[in-house]
Design a protein around this ligand. Structure first.
Ligand code: UT7
Length: 337
């Protein structure tokens, strides 16, 4: 890959943000027929953060995470060329990225949303790296942010135990080819299983078909998930995605220092580690505290690991996202900070 790029791309800074309100398993067991024991055993989740303020949205979390990432490296937001917001819960269906551009003062940046649910951050980093490595842009802010609590059916115990709200931001910048940190990727989609995880739009049954066009007052439904199928998909596709990616780069699995998977279920993380024959110590996890934060889960986990000084210069990191679409993908990063 290095030979075909005009310049390198590396993650320079990360930031994250979660709402203050903690919703514990015990709290949820007062709402639906479940228990702390069931949730911990089946998912590893102990609590999640929920955005309760009706006046706040995914944009507020994304702005906070972005400002933290900018402040860490004292970067002037006017230096940002492009903002990519990976979210499936925008506060405007036409896109929310432009609101972030305005609120952080990144007036020179183009901005757009990218929708790919829990694979969103991986796809946004890959997209950003292409813009940088082909020489088009120098500095890109990539954000993974979701507030799926707003799309959760809080009477459905099979989904409401899983999701939490959050945002993670990464500043990706051009560098020399030798310092290139985003060294490989692989992405896939299998639309045949799109119904296994969706927030579908439903036409109103009351719509008056005799007058057209008319406002039919349809609406998006809650999250619908076939948990078993998504689970089977994740544990079968993710290990292969990582292996095919590192094989192309001639990196052996023993050389991978860290794995950051979309934080969906501790059992998925454990099974992937087992299938790859790697120590669970290499698997970065924080889902016990945040649940599944969709596009935010990977940057939240990565940001915390960097803050804890777990990740060292030149470490190899395999990052995989998976979810609705169904989509999945891996990025291999060599840490260059
Ligand atoms: O972010 C996108 C990616 N999403 C995922 O990766 C999700 C993948 N799927 C999963 O993580 C798991 O499938 C779940 C955590 C959602 C469910 O775990 P499971 O082990 O697959 O449970 P299940 O759906 O097979 O249900 C087992 C039993 C059922 O009862 P019966 O039929 O055996 O009597 C469910 O009704 O557990 C019951 N159940 C619950 N019991 C207590 C389902 N949800 C709950 C609950 N509390 N919250």
């Amino acid at each position: 890959m290095t030979s075909s790029i005009m310049q390198g791309a590396r993650i320079l800074s990360l930031g994250s943000a979660v709402p203050d309100l903690r919703l514990s398993n015990k709290d949820i067991s007062k709402m639906v027929d479940t228990s702390d024991e069931w949730i911990v055993t089946r998912t590893g989740i102990k609590e999640r953060r929920i955005l309760t303020d009706a006046n706040k949205s995914v944009v507020d979390l994304a702005v906070l995470a972005s400002k933290k990432a900018l402040n860490k490296i004292s970067m002037d937001p006017k230096n940002i060329d492009l903002i990519i917001l990976a979210t499936s819960s925008p506060n405007d269906l036409f896109g929310s990225a432009s609101q972030i551009q305005d609120r952080i003062g990144a007036k020179n940046a183009a901005a757009f949303d990218l929708t790919a649910a829990c694979t969103g951050f991986v796809l946004a980093v890959i997209t950003a790296s292409q813009f940088i490595q082909n020489g088009s842009y120098s500095t890109i802010l990539v954000i993974g942010a979701d507030t799926l609590s707003k799309w959760t059916d809080w009477t459905d115990r099979s989904t409401c135990i899983l999701f939490g709200d959050g945002a993670g931001a990464a500043i990706i910048q051009a560098c020399s080819k030798e310092n290139n940190g985003i060294i490989g990727f692989q992405i896939n989609t299998d639309g045949r299983q799109s119904k296994d995880l969706s927030i579908g739009y439903q036409e109103s049954t009351k719509a008056d078909k005799s007058t057209w066009p008319s406002n039919n007052n349809g609406q998006f439904k809650y999250i619908q998930m076939n948990g078993k199928e998504v689970y089977k998909f994740a544990i079968s596709k993710v290990p292969n995605s990582i292996l095919s990616c590192i094989n192309k780069l001639n990196i052996k699995i023993e050389e991978i220092d860290w794995i950051v998977l979309h934080q969906a279920n501790q059992r998925i993380l454990d099974t992937v580690a087992e299938k790859l024959n790697i120590s669970s110590n290499k698997m970065i996890t924080n889902l016990n505290r945040y649940g599944n934060t969709s596009a935010a889960s990977i940057p939240l986990a990565l940001s915390e690991a960097v803050e804890l000084n777990q990740i060292m210069y030149n470490d190899f990191i395999a990052i995989s996202g998976f979810g609705a679409g169904l989509t999945w993908g891996t990025i291999i990063i060599q840490w260059k900070c």
